[in-house]
Design a protein around this ligand. Sequence first.
Ligand code: XIL
Length: 371
Amino acid sequence: MKRIMLWSIMTFAATGFNAQKSDNSLKKAFQNKFYIGTAMNLDQIHGTDTKSVDIIKKQFSSIVAENCMKSMYLQPKEGQFFFDDADQFVEFGDKNKMFIIGHTLIWHSQAPDWFFTDKNGNNVSSKVLKQRMKDHITTIVSRYKGRVKGWDVVNEAILEDGSYRKSKFYEILGEEFIPLAFQYAQEADPNAELYYNDYNEWHPGKVKTVTQLVKNLKAKGIRIDAVGMQAHIGMDSPSIGEYEKAILDYAKAGVKVNITELDISALPSPWGTSANISDKVQYDEKMNPYRNGLPKDVQIQWENRYEDFFKLFLKHKKNIRRVTLWGVSDNLSWKNDFPIKGRTDYPLLFDRQYKSKPIVGKLIRLAEEGR
Ligand code: XIL
């Protein structure tokens, strides 16, 4: 009898301990700080990659679609919308009570050609492009009204020197395409948060134009809730100081900051941290040095870099709405193919076996210490 009691006490203690340990998630640790999210690819959205899905449910409080809500997928032909994948993505988020993000309404990349051209292949008039933008935005935002809580309304419209990217949107409509996009989104779902999202958004030239954009939108009575700073970060660049200055400048302009698309590449970069997806560099063995694993010193350096950035995010948690990783595990990261195809990179929090890296526990502790 005594032995049975002892056994059951021990079992209880063990399960109790495990239960506590399994609660030990990023989602829980960061719950009073900011949302912590991940991008989802199609295997995850369809539920076939069950290992990833388990991690996403346990660890993350927010999700964004890595590709399936971009215009070339949602409206491949004019007026022909394809919603199957996006619907499943939003259902997953609803079911798991996640803060769902829509990415992205107006972007020059991964946009279908028909958007900008007439049947002879010439640029459409500004009137036609406005109507197409309005139809695209209204149809999508209305469909997920109240469910998608925030939209990347415009993506990557400003260059590092602060000038506007000479995209088709800009060529046909000038700077006006940005306020128009925000206005259409706001009309379709007045309660959704609306964001401007870009890479290298710590570059002083970009910061200047983006803060000006925020002020212009606000002056026109158009809503913008946050600036999304894509965080495709390298080992050496940007510096914490550069990043911090940008967060403070955006906060001063009256918006929150979303840290979006976070991944820290462990590999050498041919040019810094641009994430312009049409730029590609030829494969070169020298640029793929860690095919069989990260050396200890690089791994430590990489972990320190993650910790330093999270310390910064926690320090500015009042100004930060969300931190979203650009994927779950290293094997699925776009960084293995960008900017050089066919490399082995280590940018995310879970390894190629879907095991959490030691950094996960460290980030959890960091968040808990700051409580
Ligand atoms: C990337 C995806 O991760 C890839 O799967 C796809 O092939 C190209 O686009 N900036 C963005 C993201 O806003 O949508 C991009 O995502 C990465 C750069």
